[in-house]
Design a protein around this ligand. Structure first.
Ligand SMILES: [Zn+2]
Length: 275
């Protein structure tokens, strides 16, 4: 059966399913025997998504491995450091490109998780706030002491806002590194984030790009991260920006933004500006 595309509303065809034999399927616990997660791709914009998490209630969602904010795949200390360095790099590039004052602008690290990039933003004089579904960081984190400064944790706690308390806040810069792919309702969730931007405010993130995958999607490593649900394309991003009334650009895996941090060629950097 066809599904409605979660971004453009076009018709999305069933393309493949992933079952137990393809690895751990997060929602298997709450679904019957023989369950297979179904993936769909939009014929109009190319958006790739699965509907395995759709319709799960809060209690069921909490049972999913990875629902605590960890992906379980690619979630060791090194990938976390890599993501944090990348996030700080991109933020620094945008601050300089848009001539922003890091000490004055209100920056939000959305999906701050272990708090490493949030901590590094503060170390670098960026007026940063952190947000996540719950608090995952503490003083004693498994990062090299030169990277994560435990003495900043009290300040981080003061600047932590749970995602359900963000409404009404205003930020000049929002970072969402490797967050978009977790959204099951990408249009509504992005609209809520854009709503948090001040006029001319900028939101950036990195995510997997389904239109950059050279061989089959079913084998794409990015699908193995347990709570990834939605995979963008350049066309679906353009539709998303038009629907949100913002301007947006996607940059490839560019050294200018990523610096010495690593990012695969199947990921991209998106930048959105509110009018
Ligand atoms: Zn679509």
């Amino acid at each position: 059966m066809k599904q409605e595309c979660k971004i453009c509303g076009g018709e999305a065809d069933f393309v493949f399913s992933r079952g137990e034999a393809d690895g751990v399927i997060a929602e298997k616990k709450v679904n019957p025997e023989g369950y297979e997660r179904r993936y769909y791709q939009c014929g109009e914009c190319g958006l790739l998504f699965h509907n395995g998490f759709d319709g799960l209630d809060g209690g069921q969602y909490a049972l999913l491995p990875g629902a605590d904010g960890r992906n379980l795949v690619g979630d060791g200390v090194e990938p976390t450091i890599n993501r944090a360095v990348r996030e700080l790099n991109i933020a620094s590039c945008l601050i300089s490109l848009f001539h922003l004052d890091p000490a004055r602008l209100r920056t939000l690290v959305f999906g701050c998780g272990s708090g490493l990039s949030f901590n590094m933003f503060l170390q670098n004089g960026i007026n940063a706030f952190g947000s996540d579904i719950t608090l995952f960081f503490r003083r004693n984190m498994p990062f090299p002491p030169g990277l994560f400064k435990p003495e900043l944790v009290p300040e981080m706690l003061k600047r932590f806002i749970k995602t359900d308390r963000l409404k009404g806040e205003r930020f000049d810069l929002i970072a969402m590194t490797e967050v978009f792919e977790h959204f099951t309702e990408p249009l509504d969730e992005m609209a809520r984030l854009v709503e948090l931007l001040a006029p001319k405010g900028i939101l950036f993130g990195t995510t997997g790009m389904a239109d950059r995958v050279v061989s089959g999607h079913k084998e794409w490593w990015y699908l193995q991260c347990l709570t990834h649900a939605t995979f963008l394309t350049r066309k679906s991003f353009a539709v998303l920006c038009a629907k949100l009334g913002v301007s947006g650009l996607i940059f490839p895996n560019s050294g200018q933004f990523v610096g010495a941090a690593k990012m695969s060629d199947e990921q991209g950097i998106f930048v959105i500006q509110r009018p």
